[in-house]
Design a protein around this ligand. Sequence first.
Ligand SMILES: [Fe+2]
Ligand SMILES: [Fe+2]
Length: 386
Amino acid sequence: MNTREPMSSDHVEGQDLDTLWRRVIGRRSFLQGVGLAGAATLPGAVLPAVASAKSGGITKGDVAILRFLAAAEIIESDLWTQYAEFGGVAPGGGNAPYVAALQNLDGDMPQYISDNTDDELSHAAFLNAYLESKGAAPVSLEKFRTLEGSTATGSSGKRRLTNLLHLNVDTSWYTRYRSRENPDFGDKFAQAISIVDKPAIPVSDADTPPTTEVGQPPITGKAARRIQAIANTAGFHFAFIEQGGSSLYSTMALKATNLEVLRIVVSIGGVETNHFSLWHDKAGNAISDPLAPLTDPETGLMFRNFNSPATELTQTNLILPEPCDFIHESLPDCSVVRPAGITHNSGARAAVKGFTDDGLFHGQPPEFFKTLNKLADAADAARRHG
Ligand SMILES: [Fe+2]
Ligand SMILES: [Fe+2]
């Protein structure tokens, strides 16, 4: 029996479209107005009654899970905010040449980037507010917001938690999700593209061709190829981040005790997977006609055409997870998130390692890693009770 109480269709029809649209806009602009720092420290007094005492107490392990996830969402929010400043639909228009290059992957990229950013901000704000509603300490990484970041047009000039200028993007998700093997069985996967120490946003205005305009077709000049390589790197990085979130949430779900905490973990985790699916599709456009092959004239980074020839492990439109080994090899292959469920493969420490290897924390001091690893170890140690 469905016990949810959604708006009835009568109720929706009774409102004009403008009212409904304003509700969507309100949601979309709320977090931008508050800013992440404010959103992450909403006072308990403004909380709705959703986390009332009737939902019961949550265990120490549940708190540890939610605190690590809050940290991960703050990190995601920081990196996505940078992408939105340069490539989103943010006020000010971002960085036009970068936007144009992203739009070569898909005309809707700026909207997708802004929406993904909003989602991460909402995840971080919700998790911290929920923790507070349960009497647990929220997470703040504000003291580590010290990195300078890009100086290119579009930057807000704010200090950052994450660094998008020296990325080592792990692109093995591309082959992993096309394979019938599963890393939880010890299988390894080749990198689709070797992206080592590369920027995913323009480093400065030297990276942006002055003549490029939004909506222009792919361009052949040196400057255009440089900014396209940066946008392509971003395309693969978006998917890397979100597949990591999919695996992390799937793994944390198995440790949750309280049903409401489990609901939170699977509900946010589903959106991470939704994000991954979107970016998987867009990344494929960087490695197919008409953009590929493309070589960054400055660094030699190459995006070859993966459809020439197409194989089961390369074909760019095979974006839905291939069925793979799951639970036991004697069972039929199953289309699932992977890795998932094995702490050392996809738990909290694994997420920190993935982010660190990615270069996302380039420039952060040892204390930052100590803080993050402490949160991660507590989450990994959580066990389901009852
Ligand atoms: Fe998220
Ligand atoms: Fe995400």
